[in-house]
Design a protein. Structure first.
Length: 85
């Protein structure tokens, strides 16, 4: 008798729409929080540590913007197939 570990597994289901919406909301909240930290760091223009912190915050904001875009694509689902392709 074959082990249940090797049984065919069902195809993964797309994530629930509500779960993706919640992730988008959380990513946007986090982006706002990180942007606020970056703005606070902008007060020390001559301070190397403040510049370093601001640069990291800018990078994190860019990544969170990308995450927001990717989650939006996930929520939208796969693009429609073109007929005749």
């Amino acid at each position: 008798m074959p082990s249940h570990l090797f049984a065919d597994r069902p195809a993964p289901q797309p994530p629930a729409h509500e779960a993706v919406d919640a992730l988008i909301h959380r990513a946007r909240q986090l982006r706002g929080d990180v942007a606020a930290v970056g703005r606070d760091a902008a007060t020390g223009e001559d301070d190397p540590q403040a510049r370093w912190q601001r640069a990291l915050c800018d990078l994190a904001v860019q990544h969170l913007d990308d995450l927001d875009q990717h989650l939006g694509q996930l929520r939208a689902g796969p693009p429609a197939r073109r007929s005749g392709a």
